[in-house]
Write a protein of this length. Sequence first.
Length: 207
Amino acid sequence: MYQPIQLPYSFSSFVPKLSEKTLKNHYEGHYLRYLKQLNQILANQNFSFSYQAPSLYRNIDAFPIIIRDDILFQTGGVLNHELYFQSISPSKVEVPEPLKSKLTEKYGGIGQFEDRLFSLAAELPGSGYTFLAVNPSGDLVLLNLANQDSPYMFGMIPILAFDVWEHSYYLDYLNHRAEYLENMIPFLNYQNINQLYKQALTEQKSI
Ligand SMILES: [Fe+2]
């Protein structure tokens, strides 16, 4: 069975920008439910859990066609939430290298990158995530995907996920998604994003 990640901060870490109730319900009510459902579907298929969840995308053809969509949806629900929770941090740090140089080269600066992320996330129709991902050429891509779709579906490795499903913010911001984004984008965990960026570059080269 896949095991849940533990948050490296408490549910109240982002108060007053994000309430304890929102974060607790997001983790326990949404993320853990996706994990339970994914484990259940895979266990019903006698899956041996011999590889990590991201590899399910590559191996999806091994499962009956009738349950593939469900597996992909639940896998996205698990991995996208794990990345979202790891994409934010209550302790702000300088953007480390090599991510800083890459973001500056690509978007003109960290501020401009955050503005672009904000615009994309604000524009996303319905439910989904705004991702920063590394494509097979090692380049950075900012993209929106609907529901629980993942950049892994398109050969990219996600290194940042920003959840814009209403459950991420509705208790605190009602339908004012832009306010949620304005208040939470400053908490991006660039330490972790940089770590994942370096790993993704290595992985893309070795595929
Ligand atoms: Fe969510």
